[in-house]
Design a protein around this ligand. Structure first.
Ligand code: ZN
Ligand code: ZN
Length: 132
């Protein structure tokens, strides 16, 4: 098996490529942060994204990533993140329903750069983001 190495997208250190696309250090840190979030949500399921970030000292962007990846309990209804277009709080995809409709028209013209996400609107191809 070929061993692929690369730079960790989080801390930049050289690591052996894996499924998570993170070096062991960052991966362990992320696991610890996720455990901290889950622990807090277990005790108070009504916590909002802001409160969670505040009490765990974890960056909001990290928590938002957890929500997007579906790692946090779905029954925690206050865990939202802003629509990338208009800022309305959402819990799925990158855009609210209103924006994904108008976005769909634009996306049609750029269809090669986007992937359809199970009819739930459109998601940017992750690779495009990583190249930024
Ligand atoms: Zn790293
Ligand atoms: Zn929106």
């Amino acid at each position: 098996m070929e061993l692929l190495t690369g730079n960790c997208p989080n801390c930049g250190s050289v690591y052996r490529k894996n499924l998570r696309d993170l070096c062991t250090t960052c991966s362990a840190k992320l696991d610890a942060e996720l455990a901290l979030c889950l622990d807090l949500l277990w005790r108070s399921p009504t916590t909002t994204t802001d409160e969670l970030s505040h009490s765990t000292k974890i960056k909001k962007s990290v928590i938002i990533q957890f929500i997007r990846e579906g790692r946090l309990p779905k029954n925690c209804k206050n865990l939202t993140y802003p629509c990338e277009c208009c800022g309305v709080p959402i819990r799925d995809n990158r855009l609210c329903l209103g924006c994904s409709v108008s976005f769909a028209e634009v996306a049609e013209q750029l269809s090669s750069k986007f992937v359809i996400h199970q009819g739930n609107g459109y998601m940017m191809n992750r690779r495009l983001n990583e190249q930024r």
